[in-house]
Design a protein around this ligand. Structure first.
Ligand code: SF4
Length: 191
């Protein structure tokens, strides 16, 4: 609606809306692809699906420049410290998509070695179902996330206040290794 005294090429908005419009249209994914879902993730950047149409095709393995973690595939317990470290290295504001049944729930791998949902360790904003989800599903998920960023985002990131931040992997305890060795030695002597 034209306002009296305001030229037609002038529009007014809020700082939050302007910032979120920019953020949502320039998502920079950090791919964490560990299994078959990763192949579908790669396909989204191909010419057939062309994720560039939504401004989110710049997948680089440089966490300090990324703001969208996409976990694609099952994550084993050994990989979790790596995933957490990468997540912590990404600057705020940042979002996370859990792609596929394995990343979201462990999928068919109901074993002690496989993480039964990455949201137990890092905050997830959006889940893409499927085994594997097709590239179109991931693109639909990214578009839904863009909507979420536009609707709920704030310049100062107050929408993340409820998030619990993982503290990251605990440092390796070298003394523990010594204690285990000593205990084993004692057992050998006793036997
Ligand atoms: S959800 Fe299915 S396709 Fe994706 S990593 Fe698990 S087994 Fe593979």
């Amino acid at each position: 609606m034209a306002m009296k005294g305001v030229p037609e090429n002038v529009f007014m908005t809020t700082l939050d809306a302007a910032a979120n419009w920019c953020r949502s249209n320039s998502l920079w994914p950090m791919p964490f692809a560990t299994a078959c879902c990763g192949i579908e993730l790669m396909a989204t950047a191909s010419s057939r699906f062309d994720l560039a149409r939504f401004g989110a095709e710049v997948m680089r393995f440089s966490p300090r420049q990324c703001d969208l973690m996409i976990v694609a595939g099952r994550v084993v317990m050994k990989m979790m410290p790596v995933l957490q470290r990468i997540w912590l290295q990404m600057p705020e504001p940042k979002w996370c998509i859990s792609m596929g049944a394995c990343a979201s729930t462990g999928g068919v791998f109901d074993t002690y070695a496989v993480v039964q949902g990455v949201d137990r360790f890092i905050p997830v904003d959006l889940y893409v179902p499927g085994c594997p989800p097709r590239p179109e599903q991931l693109i639909a998920g990214i578009m839904a996330l863009q909507q979420k960023v536009r609707k709920t985002g704030t310049v100062y990131g107050t929408e993340f206040a409820h998030r619990t931040t993982p503290t990251g992997p605990t440092p390796f305890d070298a003394d523990e290794l010594v204690r285990i060795r000593e205990a084993n030695d004692r057992l050998l002597v006793l036997n």
